[in-house]
Each structure stands twice: as C-alpha cells, then as structure tokens.
Design a protein around this ligand. Sequence first.
Ligand code: 9WN
Length: 443
Amino acid sequence: MNDADLADAAKKVLRDNDLGTFTKAAPELYPHQWSWDSAFIAMGLAHVDVRRAALELESLFDAQWQTGMVPHIVFDPDAPEDAYFPGAEWWETPTAVGAPDVPTSGLCQPPVHAVAAWHVWDEGRRQDGAWAEAFIGGLYPKLFAWHRYLATLRDPDGTGLVTIYHPWESGTDNSPRWDAALDAVTVDDIPHYERRDLTHVTDTSQRPTGDEYDRYIKLVVSLRALGYDDRRAATEHPFRIQDGLLSALFVAANEVLADIAETVGAPEEERAALRSWAARGRDGLARQWESRLGLTLDYDLVADRPVTVRTVAGFAPLIAGGVEPRVQSAQLELLDSTWFCGAEGLRWPLPPSTSPTDPAFQPRTYWRGPVWPFFNWIMWWSLRRAGEHTRAEQLRRDGIEQIRQEGFSEYFEPFTGQPLGSSNQSWTAAVLLDWLAFADPQR
Ligand code: 9WN
C-alpha cells in the first residue's frame, strides 16, 4: 500500500469511529470518548479537517470538572448500556461536587491536550488565521485550569511529580509499574461486576487479568466513596503513586501551553506559573532518576518507595526534555540497547512497553510488552524536541511500516509484529496521519 492509500485507510478509520462531536477510541472495545485518545485524534484530524479536530478537543473540555480535571472518559449516552465496563452508572459522578452535567468517569489521564491544541492551531492558522486565533483563545483558559488542577490538587506539596489514584490514570493500565501497589490493595468487599472487554478481543491473555480488574474496581469504589475529593484522596485512598511518565508529559505540555499563553496574550502570572510548573517537574523527575538503570522511576507514596521496573515510562527525562546532557545521552543509549529497541529478534526497532529483560515482560499482554503506535509517536516527538532528528526519523519510518504492514491495531507483539487488542483503533490512525503529513514536502 502506498502512502496515499495508507492515509486514506487511516481517514476511514477515523470517519467510521466518528460520532459527530467526538471520536470513539475504538469501534467496540472503547465506545466512548477517552481523554488522551481524543488529543491524539485531534492531531491526526488536523490534517483532514481542522475544524473537526478543534471540535474533538472542545467537546472533551465541555466535560471538564469545576476543579479543572479533564475526565478520562466522557460517556456517549447513546451507546448501549452494556457496551463498556465500568459504564457511566458505576462512577456515580453526577453526585460529586464540581462534576459536569454530562456523564463522565471520575479519573483523569495524561495531559497531552496542550500539545494537541498547538497542533490544531498551527494547522488552522495556515488555513484561516482569525478562526485559529478564536479557537486557541477559547481553549486556552480551560487548558490552563486543567494544568492548574494537576499542579495543585494532584501535587499538593509542590514536588513537581503528579500523583495518580488509579492505573487507568497513567494510561498504561496493567504495566508492571503498578503490580506491587495493586498487590497491597485488599479486594474482599467489591460489588459483583461483569467485564465487557474480554468479549472484544480474540485472546483474553491480551487484556489485564481478573485479579487486576478486581483491584481496578476496588479503586473506583474507594474514590467514589471519597466523593472524588482530591484532598481526601491524598491521604485516604489506598493507591497513590507519583507517576514519572505523566509528570514528564506535564512538563512538556506546560512548555507548550506557556507558548500558547504568549500567543493569546495571557496574564504574566499565568505564563510564569506554567514555566515554574515545567521547571519544578524537571527537578522532581531528576530526584527520581536511577542512574544504575538509566531510567526515571515512579514513587509509591503509600509504600514510601520507588517502583523499580524497566518500562518505557522510564524515558520520562527524554519526554520532559531539557535535561542534563549526561542524562539525555544515557537515555538515548538505553533506547537502542538490548533492553528496548535493540532487543534481539524485534520485528522493528520500536520500544516494547515493558523491557524484554524485565521479569514481568509478556509479549502479548497489553502494557507488559507490546509496542503501542501512539507511544512511538510520543518518543518520536520527544526525540525531535531533543534535537535527535536522525533517530526520530528512523522511529517515524519504522512506526509507519508497522502500521502499513499490520494495520491500525491498538498494540503489536514486538517480535512477530502480530496485531493485538482492538483493530481500527482511532489514535493509531491519527498518529499515522500526523507522521505522513510530516513527510509532506508542501509543509
Ligand atoms: C481504560 C482507550 C484507552 C486508552 C488507555 C488504554 C486503555 C482503558 C481500558 O484504552 O484503557 O481507560 O479499558 O483498558 O490503556 O491508554 O486511553 O484507548
């Protein structure tokens, strides 16, 4: 398939998953709007229909909580009730203080939205400057409120590291990063529930286990009982981890949002706040740097210890950007070492979500080994920001080949390249479109 046909196929995936004001993350497995998926989808849609791309972000931010939190799922009220578990009724968010009047989950996901907004604005201003200005001016205050939420309620001590209450907030749900903390969560009193995800995959070993789901549900029940009150969760909730990857994306997004703030003429104190959150985040990540592994580690606040596993999340310094040269070199070396892209027998030198050298590695199971295209995009974007253009270009080409040869799947087995999880996953199509547009000599 040539690039033009591949782009058409990607557009078709997004069109088929389009529900008017938002794009469902996948045709059956994920029939609602997911927060960070929508950000990536907007970046892809920017190359197809920039106004539709803007709407993707605007509809998500219409569900923003009064605290500033952007919920991880905005439920489609027209989807069948049993389409996804846990569905809208499980969260009981309408009774929570500050929740919007549309059904959402009570969690959030990594803050990549400012990066997406910048992409949409950048594409938009080539087409219609006044429209682009109105779009970014309208979204900026909501983006700022979202960042302020993360910098304050999710980092009450100002450590620079953002605390998550649930593996779903990390977006890397069953990563071994969370194993020890989940093991410590007791599940003797969870209500009966029925999973839906297993009916949408060909092989259930590609999804999290029953034990993991029990704990996911226990954590939802705990937050629900706390009324999704961040101040209470900060001491009473049984799962509290400073997430290095999320914090790194927050650093990068704060810098992008500071640039947006300048563009829209935002007050000086907001610009200063954004820059200080970025600087504070870098300091926080530096404290979590584990030079022996060449990775940055998450910190479990409940157990009071760092989480020592080898996963792609450890590339947090590279993703945050602007780190010391010795840290950047160590990360670049590690990326192509046998721990990640240089592992023997990989179909493409793309980073497995968990290092094949980690005892928890499982090549077909979700975040325990498979390669995720949208994550490849994050690494590509980060390498470019770090000035590593040659390595970034190789990653972009391999990322495109993976999709060209194996399709728009959610994730892929690293050695065989076998497509896994959902097919026709929206953000896979979206990042492909952004990669192809990058190669367009007209741009
Ligand atoms: C839970 C939608 C989402 C992604 C996450 C991915 C997966 C959900 C699930 O799918 O999580 O939020 O039910 O497994 O881990 O990153 O946003 O694509």
